[in-house]
Design a protein. Structure first.
Length: 66
């Protein structure tokens, strides 16, 4: 039986599924990224993303019911 877990809620203190975690490959990629990327570069990337978001035009959401 496959266990359904809301990772955003239940795994805030660490993965509750251990070796059965379906997102294990992403954790490995994230660890590799953190080891290979300097903190200064991460801050640069965050600033680039922030500036891109600030320069994007606003997106309007029109509700289905008016």
């Amino acid at each position: 039986m496959t266990q359904t877990v809301n990772c955003a809620v239940e795994c805030v203190n660490g993965c509750v599924l251990g070796d059965d975690c379906p997102n294990k490959e992403y954790a490995k990629e994230a660890s590799q990224f953190m080891q290979e990327t300097s903190l200064d570069r991460m801050l640069e990337m965050a600033e680039e993303a922030r500036m891109k978001k600030l320069t994007e035009p606003p997106q309007w959401v029109i509700p289905d019911e008016l």
